[in-house]
Design a protein around this ligand. Structure first.
Ligand SMILES: C[S@@+](CC[C@H](N)C(=O)[O-])C[C@H]1O[C@@H](n2cnc3c(N)ncnc32)[C@H](O)[C@@H]1O
Length: 200
C-alpha cells in the first residue's frame, strides 16, 4: 500500500534511505480512522492518541533512530496494538506510505524550529509538505501545528494560506503537555497553535 505520488522537494539521496516500519504485521487499511503524528519524540502525545482512539490506526513518523528504539519499547510496555512507528523523514514517508484521501488528522507538535534564517530551509513544514499533507488527508481532515517559535508559525500560516483547499484557524485551546511543551512552558515561552482543514 505505497502511495505513488512523488514529492517535489525530495532528492534521489532522500529516497535511497530505507524506511523502517514497526510492527511489520500492522496494515494501513481496515481501520476506521487514521491519525498521524510527525516527530513524536518521546511519544507522550502519540500514546495518548492511541488510548483515546482505540478504533484508529495511530502512525508516528520519527526521523531519529534512537528515539524510534525508545518509542517501540514504550509501545510494547504499554501493550498498545493500534500504533505504527515509521522511522523516516516525514517528507519522504508521506508520499511513500500514505495514500490519497486516507488520513483523518495530522499532528505536528513543536517541530525543530531551525531558528537561524540561513537554516530555515531545513524546516519540515514547507508549502510542499503542507500540500503533501493535504493530498493524504480525507476531505474534512485536519492538520494541527503547534510551535513555540513565532517566526516558524508565521511562515507556516502563510504557506497554508496559499493553498486554496486548506481553511486556516488559530486555536486558543491549551496544548497537550508533551516533553517539549512542558520544557518550553517552564521557560515562559508562548505557543502558537494552528488548525488547517482540508475543504476540497
Ligand atoms: C522538538 S522535538 C518535539 C517532540 C514532540 N513532538 C514533543 O512535542 O515533545 C522534534 C521531533 O521531531 C523529529 N523530527 C525532526 N524532523 C523530522 C522529520 N523531517 N521527520 C520526522 N521526524 C522529525 C525529531 O527527531 C524530534 O523527535
Amino acid at each position: 500500500m505505497i502511495a505513488t505520488r512523488t514529492f517535489t522537494e525530495l532528492t534521489t539521496r532522500d529516497y535511497l534511505q530505507t524506511a523502517f516500519l514497526y510492527p511489520a504485521s500492522i496494515e494501513f487499511d481496515g481501520h476506521e480512522r487514521t491519525i498521524v503524528e510527525v516527530g513524536p519524540g518521546r511519544g507522550d502525545f502519540l500514546f495518548n492518541l492511541a488510548k483515546l482512539n482505540p478504533e484508529a490506526l495511530i502512525v508516528g513518523i520519527e526521523i531519529k533512530r534512537k528515539r524510534v528504539d525508545k518509542l517501540i519499547s514504550r509501545v510494547e510496555a504499554r501493550r498498545l496494538n493500534n500504533v505504527m512507528i515509521i522511522q523516516d523523514d516525514a517528507k519522504c514517508a508521506l508520499p511513500r506510505f500514505l495514500r490519497d484521501n486516507s488520513v483523518d488528522e495530522i499532528h505536528i507538535n513543536f517541530p525543530d524550529p531551525w531558528p537561524k534564517q540561513r537554516h530555515s530551509k531545513n524546516r519540515t513544514v514547507s508549502t510542499d509538505f503542507l500540500n503533501e499533507c493535504k493530498r493524504a488527508l480525507k476531505i474534512g481532515g485536519t492538520i494541527h501545528f503547534i510551535t513555540d517559535f513565532y517566526d516558524y508559525a508565521k511562515a507556516v500560516f502563510k504557506n497554508a494560506s496559499s493553498i486554496p483547499e486548506l481553511e486556516t484557524h488559530k486555536v486558543e485551546a491549551d496544548v497537550f503537555p508533551t516533553y517539549f511543551a512542558l520544557k518550553w512552558k517552564r521557560m515562559g515561552r508562548a505557543f502558537t497553535y494552528y488548525k488547517f482543514r482540508r475543504l476540497a
